[in-house]
Ligand binder design. Sequence first.
Ligand code: GLY
Length: 336
Amino acid sequence: MTNRRRFLAASLAAAATTALARTSRAAAAPGGKRRPRVVSTWDFGVAANQGAWQVLSRGGSVLDAVEAGARVPEADPNNHSVGRAGYPDRDGRLTLDASIMDGNGDCGAVAAVEHIAHPISVARRVMEKTPHVLLVGDGALQFAIEQDFPKENLLAPESEQAWREWLKKSEYKPTANSENQTYGKGKPGDANNHDTLGLLAVDAQGRLAGACTTSGMAWKLHGRVGDSPIIGAGLYVDNEVGGATSTGVGEEVIRTAGSFLVVELMRQGRSPQQACEEAVKRIVRKRMKSAKDLQVGFLALNRAGEVGAFAIQKGFTYAVCDASKQDALFDSASAL
Ligand code: GLY
């Protein structure tokens, strides 16, 4: 073995050991190759996975599965970073972003859409009923109404109360992992809650699909769009390789075309874990001087069913669901 190959082998073994050592939420890291399988970001990914698994395990398509999974946190009244209970922008308007993609390159997305409880389902209609990929704002709302989605006043009382608390100081300081700090804990005054459900699924034949949905950064400028509805940033899927999705500060993910980068690294031979690590480290290298608290996490699934996850900061969790276990939750390894 050459010195270089020895060094690479040692580095990979060390990385794997680190990943396992930090995996404390479940008895063991996700098993090796296992499909069908569903993976999702954050603690609320457990319930999302189970929603997807109900479809997949009964022979449904991966696309139906990821849509069903994403609808779970979108409907969750305790989730202030996704869907109907999301926190609004600085003007008190709840605007939602979502994207969906299958492994053949078909995809659809909506950005900054208001009054629609399930943007992931509108994204799927964009994919299936229009020649377009992305509809935004009023156009997305108009399309959703034409497609018979109910128009609702979505701003939940708890979210409105949180926004009114925030207005007192109107400070905008994103904090790492704020979604898990507030998820289900009912802390309406907690100012900077934001993040994303990213979900990937592979079926028994190695066909993949993914979904990504969020209310974006709480108290964002009206019209701000993050990575989640941008194909290649918040989500990318290719049946030849695998899929990737992201969470955290969307601007940084857009700057690096993050999910596309992870999939392309897998295409070049990296494992899902190695690909996520390389993408995160690129952001750390280029961006951390200006943003010490920055959090970005990537989650990847290849067509064999292997899983990888990596984040800048500690605290990113991800859920894995397959025939052996439907509620596994792991702490991601991190760069810092
Ligand atoms: N990652 C979600 C967002 O930045 O909007």
